[in-house]
Design a protein around this ligand. Sequence first.
Ligand code: GAL
Length: 328
Amino acid sequence: MRKRWLTLCLLLALLGPLAARAELPRVGVGAYSGRDTFITSLVGQIRERGQGRLDLHIVYAQGDQNRQNDQILQMIEDGVDVLMVNPVDRVSAVYLIALARQHDLPLILFNREPLREDLAAYDRAYYVGIDPRRQGELQGELAAAYFRAHPEQDLNGDGIIQYVLLRGEPGHQDAELRSLFSLRAMTAQGLRTQKLAEETAYWEKGLGQERMAMLLNAYGRRVELVIANNDDMALGAIDALKAAGYFAGSQAIPVIGVDATAPALEAIAQGALYGTVQNDAARQAQAVVDLAVLLAADQPVDADSYPFPLNERVVYIPSQAITQDTLP
Ligand code: GAL
């Protein structure tokens, strides 16, 4: 009798964790690419923070919207409880929203912001990201502060800062709005600027390097400032600048990015990257995971249940500027 009882206890102890695991809400996670530094870190944080709370199934779309649509259909067929999607093309999110609605599944979009009217069409669709306007402003404020402290870096002494801009993917809200608001903030801070040229480098370090090398060929020492829509492109630009002899001895040039990725923080510590603006992956991941837990349990999402700023089903996690003086 005692032996049978012990066997039963043993069985329960073994099955317990399995049963608990089976009860976790199933979440299908679709990311636009597995080769993007910031997205890799964001998805890694979602994985970490979802542990023990969500049963996550993560797939990558390799930059192909059709492939992503198929992946989401497959997740629905597999019976997920919640969808989390980082769309390839934010305008195509309208299709994903309609699909989630049709299947009555909660949908959390992240990092690539849908159009507000698309999001408004389904009351179980949410967006988690950052405010790219504020990030652009912080970049512009960093640039203005730099030239206030280093007027000698106006190399030709004309009272105007000649700069080049490296842009992310066309149509991406972060590329468009960071570009616009960084310029507005420089002007608002009293910094006179002239954009010599802009190049699109699709968030990529290799392209950032290539485009910066081209710009240096065309403009050489006329370039006094580099603004990049993200850190990977800024780090690529620094590689090109180093190859052209900058950052050796006293030849510096301010380069400003966004994201605060690990390699960017290292480059700030080394004095190559002047500054960046945080794109807080940890808090964005926490906001996504907490939201999924509530939606899966059909709980209300409001100020009492959810500790993140929520406005018409949009969550913007605040960003901060980082330089050597404020390195975490
Ligand atoms: C931005 C980020 C970029 C890139 C992009 C992908 O928020 O700054 O580095 O990851 O998202 O959508």
